[in-house]
Design a protein around this ligand. Structure first.
Ligand code: FNR
Length: 338
């Protein structure tokens, strides 16, 4: 059977061998607090490349030390981080995967010591710290940090860059009126709340001409929050700025109860794909080959991001291929037992 899941996909000149993407997942596993790639990363990510994942997105990687979720997060805030990523990228590529990195800043959700930053001085909940409202120079420095991160990612050899604008981290905090109550040009109207992301995209695009993805939370799950309709409009702006794909997640902006079930975020990916005429990635409780194929065939998304199922089973592409009756090439070392 011919499937879409196992057919190649080309985006801005980069060809993935299939439509299976390893979703970015923090490992909180740096060996010290230096943000550098360690042994864990060098085993964990290349294993999924051996497992025949088409594109591996390395976890949220902090563009500033203060923008880490935890002190063991990966970082890309200095040139000293480049060589570790170079090694990691070449290990993944050796096994035929394309590589991406998610550039991130945790904003008010940072749990590191020292000052934490956000558009407005509002804590996520009563257990989390109150962030400092960013000044104009904080904003400029952070945009510069995203650009520096992109330049270093390029030097490390990544094929694709993803900007993390989801899950209530810094960029998402600017986008949502629930977390952004600024009175200046970065707050208020939808256009003003988009300004920070817009400037981050432009800054990254100055140094990066490869495929650019942005991950969004397409619903705040709150009566006064953003909905997928707002994100269709934001996606149109992103497309005009040269973003190639929207990776569509949801929630985590404010504490909210979310009813989750298989494929629960897929309708958001579908709405943005058709509403903004841009490629999308679907993610969230996608665990079977048939489910993935359904999403692609019905043109609900262009790529399938798999998170936890790839933690449980690094050879998930093989499992999905068997389910769909497709033969995929085994790594040569495993040919006798694939
Ligand atoms: C995540 N997720 C996540 N998302 C993101 O954009 N950047 C990140 O670094 C992380 N980190 C992370 C760590 C761990 C351990 C998990 C389980 C999840 C969310 C993840 O990418 C994915 O969107 C969700 O897990 C939903 O997909 P699955 O797991 O249902 O396939």
């Amino acid at each position: 059977m011919e499937t879409l899941l196992f057919s190649p996909y080309t985006i801005r000149g980069v060809t993935l061998k299939n439509r299976i993407v390893m979703s970015p997942m923090c490992m909180y596993s740096c060996e010290t607090e230096d943000g550098k790639v360690g042994n864990w990363h060098k085993i964990h990510y290349p294993t999924r490349a051996v497992g025949q994942v088409g594109l591996i997105v390395v976890e949220a990687t902090a563009v500033t030390a203060q923008g880490r979720i935890s002190s063991r997060d990966l970082g890309i805030w200095s040139d000293e981080h480049i060589s570790g990523f170079q090694e990691l990228v070449s290990l993944m590529k050796e096994h035929g995967a394309k590589t991406a990195i998610q550039l991130a800043h945790a904003g008010r959700k940072a749990e590191v010591t020292g000052e934490i930053l956000a558009p407005s001085a509002i804590a996520f909940n009563e257990r989390m710290r109150i962030p400092k409202e960013m000044t104009k120079s904080d904003i400029e420095e952070t945009i510069q940090a995203f650009q520096n991160g992109a330049r270093r990612a390029k030097e490390a050899g990544f094929d694709i860059i993803e900007i993390h604008a989801a899950h209530g981290y810094l960029i998402n905090e600017f986008l949502s009126p629930l977390t952004n109550q600024r009175q200046d040009e970065y707050g208020g109207t939808a256009e003003n709340r988009y300004r920070f992301l817009s400037e981050v995209i432009d800054a990254v695009r100055e140094v990066w001409d490869g495929p650019l993805f942005v991950r969004v939370s397409a619903s705040d799950y709150h009566p006064e929050g953003l909905t997928v309709k707002d994100y269709v409009e934001y996606a149109k702006r992103m497309k005009a700025q040269g973003v190639d794909l929207i990776d569509v997640s949801s929630g985590a902006v404010v504490p909210a109860k979310i009813n989750v079930y298989p494929g629960y975020q897929v309708p958001f990916a579908e709405a943005i794909r058709h509403g903004a005429d841009i490629a999308t990635g679907a993610v969230g409780l996608i665990t079977s080959g048939l489910q993935a194929e359904e999403i692609l065939r019905n043109e609900r998304a262009d790529l399938i991001f798999i998170g936890r199922e790839l933690l449980r089973n690094p050879y998930w592409p093989r499992t999905a291929a068997k389910e769909l009756g497709v033969e995929i090439k085994a790594p040569v070392q495993y040919e006798r037992g694939w």
